[in-house]
Design a protein around this ligand. Structure first.
Ligand SMILES: *Cc1c(COP(=O)(O)O)cnc(C)c1O
Length: 356
């Protein structure tokens, strides 16, 4: 086996997907499984198919095309608001798109007319996180224009929180969204089928019956893949946790002074990795780097291992507390968070090992 290696517990991801689907269905909410963390890996995607998930979302059209090629026929939602340059493929391979721009909605409508297809649109509203989304004051104008366009259907509105500013989805901002939808329905003179909420951090809102009744669709990635909720800093009860484990090999193991020596670049700040002078420490360098993982998201399984930092191809750890047990050539295991998982899935240098 080549290292670094990623053990992927496909079986546990499938269990999580099935459990979440059932949990949401009991509240009349459709699960849209967000699979953008897989980098288009069809072996892991199988977990969702076997769990009977009928709606998936990805932010890269290339990935959706791969899933179609292995026979996925359910609903595919374009999660990242589209680039003008990919509209043709979006119309061809997806059923629903999140939008915020009039120009993009027009392009989708035009292309959908050309190929004689209908595409559902969900307009994203920014209620505070300041990533994608139209401001509430401008929503009706866009929605009324979409309403007039051929071959696209104004299905509803959605929002995303937590991803840029780190705003937590809560009762307050979700009630705001519900009211925005109601006002829009009055202006359109009809009801809208979809209130699409996300993401994993929004799951806990469903404990509130009023919110659960108003939300029709939940876009969830992390809860299924990792069983964690980064925004609320918690593990999700009843789910399988940390279903991806990274294994990396020790290529250097030496006692070294913890403090660097010499003149520091960047105005004396160096790379900001300096820690307190702890004297001589046992350091292990592992053959994995920024190309493969986000080192902030590595949780060593062996007690006494501390991750210090990372360059493109080297991971630097302090193993003083675990030293007696280690040798060059040994493999260290890490549980990983979403960001590290995303990069490991994307890196062609990380060998994928599927546990089914
Ligand atoms: C990534 C993403 C999600 C899913 O987020 P998780 O935290 O992984 O559940 C939902 N909606 C949008 C728009 C996203 O970009």
């Amino acid at each position: 086996m080549n290292y670094p290696q990623l053990d992927i517990y496909v079986n546990k991801i499938e269990e999580n997907a099935a459990k979440l689907k059932e949990k949401l269905e009991a509240k009349n909410i459709k699960l849209t499984a967000v699979v953008k963390g897989l980098a288009g890996d069809t072996n892991v995607f199988k977990a969702y198919q076997q769990a009977g998930v009928g709606s998936i979302a990805d932010s890269r059209i290339e990935n959706i095309i791969k899933f179609r090629e292995v026979g996925y026929q359910g609903e595919a939602l374009m999660l990242r608001i589209p680039m003008a340059s990919e509209v043709e493929e979006i119309v061809r391979y997806t059923d629903v798109s999140l939008v915020t721009e009039l120009k993009i909605a027009e392009l989708i409508s035009k292309e959908a007319q050309r190929v004689d297809k209908k595409i559902d649109l969900i307009v994203m509203v920014d209620i505070g996180d300041r990533r994608e989304g139209i401001l509430a004051a401008d929503l009706a104008d866009l929605a009324l224009k979409i309403e007039e366009m051929p071959n696209v259907i104004m299905k509803g509105i959605g929002t995303n929180l937590g991803c840029f500013a780190g705003i937590i989805p809560d009762e307050n901002n979700t009630k705001k969204l519900i009211n925005i939808k109601k006002e829009l329905e009055t202006k359109l003179g009809r009801s809208l089928e979809i209130l699409s909420a996300g993401n994993t951090a929004a799951l806990r809102l469903l404990e509130n019956d009023y919110l659960a009744a108003e939300i029709s669709n939940l876009r969830v990635g992390e809860a299924v893949l990792l069983g964690t909720d980064i925004i609320n800093e918690s593990l999700i009860e009843g789910f399988n946790h940390y279903n991806f484990h990274l294994k990396a090999e020790i290529i250097e193991l030496k006692e070294k002074p913890s403090n660097p020596e010499g003149e520091m670049a960047f105005g004396g700040q160096g790379r900001g990795q300096i820690i307190a002078d702890k004297g001589l420490r046992q350091r292990a360098i592992l053959a994995v780097g920024k190309q493969d993982i986000d080192y902030h998201g590595l949780y060593p399984e062996l007690e006494g291992v501390e991750v210090l930092g990372c360059s493109s191809d080297h991971l630097i750890t302090d193993v003083t507390e675990a030293a007696g047990k280690l040798e060059v050539g040994d493999i260290l295991n890490f549980k990983i968070n979403y960001s590290a998982m995303l990069r490991a899935m994307t890196s062609q240098y990380v060998t994928k090992n599927y546990i089914e």
